[in-house]
Design a protein around this ligand. Structure first.
Ligand code: ZN
Ligand code: ZN
Length: 288
């Protein structure tokens, strides 16, 4: 099984787009990318706009020979916008978060527009919540809906397990660092070797993300590491701050004792870390 993060915050756009290649199928989880509309009072820099264009192109390119597309929820950093052409999804199995239940109003609205887009290009998607898809040596397991980060008012997301010959990887989608127990339970039930997780939303620390949620997140991530994890990929909300490693320094200490590798998606992919949104102020100073 080959796992390739292709667009992530550590690579310059808001995204968690991951390609998983198994002997049975090529799977793309969350084929979308977006930019933070405002950071430090600034709009996206032209370098970010260029990166977004690149990432979207890469996603469409990777989808060319993909068999399965997974959409964990309806935020535009995880699936295409209404003005985007989605004909590249034609001929793929599309598994998505059930638009009819455990969903908030804004995501329900976005999902119905997306379903129309899919219908126009002849794609019949399937609801994935709580399901298992088996293909010979490989299986995909979708969690029951778990709350989006620390606030169920933001809706619900699906976590995704891909397993082949005993090798397991879980992509958590937007959990903001494992702050609610059902988000953790799915991981503890399956005990993957690799976990790709949306880290705590520390750039909102003290406002939308209270200090105690950061403590809970670190505690829960430690529990998951103790359950036999080998690689922990932290990204998305956590990578919106340049000093993200300092924010979770306790976690790094614990990981070292347990022999777990902790890294961003860029690092996992062997690329230089370029969290462009966190660098936005610098980008405007360097290239006005
Ligand atoms: Zn989201
Ligand atoms: Zn997101």
């Amino acid at each position: 099984m080959r796992v390739r993060p292709i667009a992530f915050d550590s690579m310059g756009t808001r995204s968690m787009c991951t390609v998983v290649e198994t002997g049975e199928a090529k799977i793309i989880i969350d084929p979308g990318a977006a930019l933070g509309p405002r950071r430090y009072g600034l709009k996206p820099h032209r370098i970010e706009l260029e990166r977004l264009r690149m990432h979207k192109e890469l996603i469409r390119e990777e989808a060319g020979d993909a068999d399965i597309l997974v959409i964990t929820h309806y935020h535009y950093d995880h699936f295409p916008r209404p003005d985007e052409d989605v004909s590249w999804m034609r001929g793929k199995h599309v598994y998505l978060k059930d638009p009819g239940s455990r969903i908030n109003r804004s995501q329900r609205g976005r999902s119905s527009i997306f379903l129309e887009q899919l219908k126009r290009v002849g794609v019949k998607p399937e609801r994935a919540d709580g399901r298992e898809v088996r293909m010979n040596s490989c299986r995909i397991v979708f969690s029951e809906p778990v709350q989006h980060g620390n606030d169920p008012r933001l809706g619900y997301v699906l976590e995704v397990l891909v397993e082949e010959d005993g090798e397991k990887i879980i992509h958590t989608s937007d959990v903001e660092g494992l702050v609610a127990w059902p988000q953790v339970e799915f991981i503890l039930k399956h005990r993957p070797q690799t976990l790709i997780v949306d880290g705590p939303m520390t750039y909102m620390l003290g406002t939308k993300f209270p200090e105690e949620d950061l403590e809970t997140s670190i505690r829960n991530l430690c529990k998951v590491m103790e359950a036999g994890l080998e690689k922990l990929v932290l990204d998305h909300h956590l990578l919106r701050e340049l000093e993200w490693r300092d924010r979770v320094s306790e976690l790094f200490k614990e990981a070292e004792e347990l022999g777990v590798e902790v890294m961003s998606a860029a690092e996992y992919a062997g690329l230089r870390e370029e969290p462009l949104e966190a660098m936005r102020k610098k980008l405007y100073e360097m290239y006005p």
